[in-house]
Structures are given as C-alpha cells and as structure tokens.
Design a protein around this ligand. Sequence first.
Ligand code: PMV
Length: 362
Amino acid sequence: MTDYINPKLIIDSSKVTDGKIVWRSPSNIALIKYWGKHGRQLPRNPSISLTLDAAYTETVIEYNTNKKKDIDIDLDFFFEGHPNPAFAEKIKKFFLGISDIFPFIKQLKFTIHSENSFPHSSGIASSASSMSALALCLCTLESDLFDTLGNDDEFRKKASFVSRLGSGSACRSVFPHASIWGSTSDIETSSDLFGIPSGNLIHPVFHQFHDDILIVSQGEKAVSSTAGHALMEGNEYAKPRYQQARQRLQRLLIAMKEGDLETFGIITENEALTLHALMMTSNPSYILMRPNSLEMINRIRRFRGDTGHPIYFTLDAGPNIHLLYPDAIAENVRGFIDEELVPLCEDGRIIRDKVGLGPLQI
Ligand code: PMV
C-alpha cells in the first residue's frame, strides 16, 4: 500500500538550504459527494468533481534552515497579507501530521503567504484549494531538495495523497477538468488514498462547462464539514447512502463519457439534494440551505422546463447554488441568470467560474 512514509528525506545538516515556491491551485465542485469518512481521512464512498478555474488559492512558501530548535514545526502564516494565528495553528497541525512523509519539514523554518481569488467572506469553502496548494508546494520542495518525484504523474499522485490528508476533497483539485477519488470497481486505478485524473473518461463538453457560483449567504456555516462527516457515523441512512453513491457514480461516469447531459443533470441534482437530506436526517439535524437556495432551485427547474436548456444545479455543504451548464448555451442563459438568480444573491454576488486546467506553478 502506498503510504509515502520515507525517513530518508532528511536534509544534510552541513548544507544551507533556502528558497521560495509558489503554486496556484483551484477549488473543485463535487458532482457525486464525499460525505462520511473513516481512518486517516479515507472516504466512505467514491466521488467525482469538476476542477474549477477562477476560484483558486495562491500559496507562497519561503523556507530556510534558521529553524527554532525547541519546536517541531516552525512557521509563520499570513493570509491576504496579515498574520492569521488560527490558520497558522491548523497548518502546523497538518505539517506535524505529515512529517512522517516529509521528515525535512521539521528541519526548516517556513514563512507562508496565502491568498484566495474569491472574497474571503463569500461563503466559498477554501479548504480544497488551500490544502492542495500547500501540498503541491511541499512536493515541489521535496523534488527540489531530493530529486525524488520523477514524472508529472508521480508528482500529482503524491500531491493528491498529501492534499487528502489536509482536506479530503482537496485531493481532487490537482487534476485538469475532473477527478475521481475513492475506489470504484469500474476504474482499476481508482483509490481511496488519492484522486485520479478523469483523462478520457469524460466527454469534451465537460472541459468547457460553466459553474456560476450564486452566493446565497456569505456567512460562516453553522456546522462545519468536519462535524458533518462525523455525524454520518450515527446516521441511520448512512449504509444505503454509501451504496447509492457507488451506483450513482457508475451511472454518472457512463453519462459523462457519452456527453449525456440529461442523465448528468438528473444524477447531479439528486446528489446535491441527497447531501442536504443527510444533514437534515443527522442527529442533531441541521439545515444549511436558505429560503433563497430553494427559490433558485425552483426557478432553475422552471426555466429548464420552459426552455429545454440543459442547465442544472448542485450545492456543496452550504447554501450557495452552483449553476452548471455547457458553454454552447452560455449566451442563451445569461439573461435568466442576471434577471432571475442574481437578485436572489446576497449583495448580488456571483462568481462566474468554469472548468479549469488544474494547478499552476508560478
Ligand atoms: O473535504 P471536506 O472535508 O471539506 O468535505 C467536503 C464535502 C463536500 O464538499 C460536501 C463534498 C465533496 O465531495 O467535496
């Protein structure tokens, strides 16, 4: 089993090592949702997501050997130019947790700057983009110091593995267009340990797909994803849900291979509502959708019924609506979005995003 634990990745103490690494990594939106986990961040069911483009985190890691000797992890963290002690603690914990994979982490002093392309308070989760950006920086650091990560496939596989340990869904952000995470009998190379690229498994129509993120609420979520995953352990629908996700993924993969947008839309919308139904049936139960989330869903379905345009919604673990449609109808749906959906957004906020090519080293 791949675990990437490697005690040999230790820097020769006679060497002075310093440098700077920058990665930009995107967010992703799941179509089949990962909801429920076990062990060291392992998923209860496989998932698939589209890689986004405009919503990304850019992370700069500066490192040198002037590390304080009395602490394990020596890092300063700045978010959008300001010190952020809460995030710093989270990253220290993450670094400590992966110091068996990258032992040299304990030999270096890090200064990390991170920025999101999307507004901080937009209600958009940044864990996928931020954790994958960090993981990519660390893999590049390993590569620069030890020349160990051979080709691009090996590099991304490890970056995905490490991203997963930071935030499960982050492991799907390191590939272009779309990624599958979690073992599924249909795809031999699939794994619970890392995401894999969608490659030729999906029709090119999805390479140009739009995802307009309609910001229903910019506020912080009442229940975090971490707490939500944990509540699945006591949810009486958990077992059939995991089974359902497996079957849906198989059906969705066929639809995505064929470019069958209608089946894609039915499965994607059902999945989003299932995710929220699982929250409502957790104990304690909770609801993250808002009245305007439901109003938007109704309007999207009505517009689709009236016009026949293949425009669909999904949600992540929050109230915001992700509007999915192919590039070919972008002009035809623009008026509907601007007139009927944007007025329901908080402060009229919308992030017009598309499927992207994955992370970029800068
Ligand atoms: O990666 P986490 O722990 O933030 O969980 C993400 C969960 C969902 O966004 C709701 C679904 C998914 O597969 O991304």
